[in-house]
Design a protein around this ligand. Sequence first.
Ligand code: C2E
Ligand code: CA
Ligand code: CA
Length: 386
Amino acid sequence: MTSNRLLVIDDDPTSSATIGRIARGCGYDAIITTDTDDFRSRVLSWDPTVIVLDLSMPEMDGYQVMDWLARQGCNAHILIVSVHELDRLREAEATGRALCLNMAGVFQKSLNLEKLRDVFREIYDAAGVLSIQDISHALINREFRLVYQPQIDLKSGGIVGLEALARWDHPRRGPIPPSTFIPMMEANEIMSEFTYRVLEMALDELRAWNGAMNGRVAINVSAAVYGAMGIDEMVRAQCIDKVVDIRRITIEITETAAMTEASEVSACLWRLHELGAQLSIDDFGTGYSSLVKLHQLPFSELKIDKSLIRDCVPNPQSNILVRAMIDLAHNLNKLVVAEGVENLETLRCVRECGCDVAQGYFLGMPMPPDEVIPWLKQQATRVDQL
Ligand code: C2E
Ligand code: CA
Ligand code: CA
């Protein structure tokens, strides 16, 4: 495991949520628990690199937790947070040291968030894992690039568009997956800058295909970007600048982001719609929204999440769910895209369920922009086999 893993045990939901949020912003995978049995099993199975513990908890106090950790030979960095006086916290820290635990600091509630962030970052940097500064440098140094995954019309076998997916080739560490850097960006307010760069690259590349790819390009836009910087204005201005027809752009927004109550999100989506961009609801089926509620938003396409698509063949329940989603979406005049189609069986299944478009490793891997046109030429000869 190369990531930094932070485990919080605290029975106070507000402070533990804050700690989790700050840690994720610093690039950690964070798990929060209030239950000591769960805590013990996480320590043993997940091997956290940092543990944050509250000194006073109902079932097992901080001293007992440290004692148990010491007996396990735990070498994670340990931070103590508590409402107690600072002297008492320092005493607990000294106890931890005496137990040969790797004590990393004490924090009195209410937390000094900046200081906490600094400590998380220090530990992070010392572990040689990524920091937000690395991401800022990568943006300046243009280390991000896009790959494109084809979306195939299930009736004609032709391509309807490409989804742009970001890649980061770190000069020393090699490829870093979006699942690592996107959440860090989201928590550190540099998502607007990143989205700007993604749009810039996608529009340049779309232009460079110069009519040989007539479909749309789909861009993923995180919730963090709506409202804040006006993604609508960003898309409009860049399309004018790069002379790209805005109708060829699809903005993918996750179901969860689309369902936020924030009025600026829906206002932004409506402006994009009025400008002519397409909207697609991504990862559909992972949140708790109803299509009826989503219907108040101006989207034209629903992308059913790959977890449901993957299960569509082996699991009759998922199959029923997918069919119901497709029927309802069609009744509401929406196009349905199946993502994560990994084999022929699944392709047949989603087609039979009535999906309009499919995307997945079986149909086409995400590829660099210069491979798109050769791929399209080859695809023309493959259509009949699908
Ligand atoms: P997503 O938007 O749901 O994108 C689809 C993900 O599924 C991509 O992962 C893609 O490579 C992967 N995938 C495609 N076909 C298959 C398949 O057949 N099976 C399986 N198991 N996976 C498949 P990737 O590229 O690692 O991206 C992960 C996530 O990172 C994306 O999920 C998206 O949420 C986010 N992301 C990527 N690029 C950007 C970006 O430019 N901006 C933002 N905001 N998010 C991005
Ligand atoms: Ca997507
Ligand atoms: Ca998705």
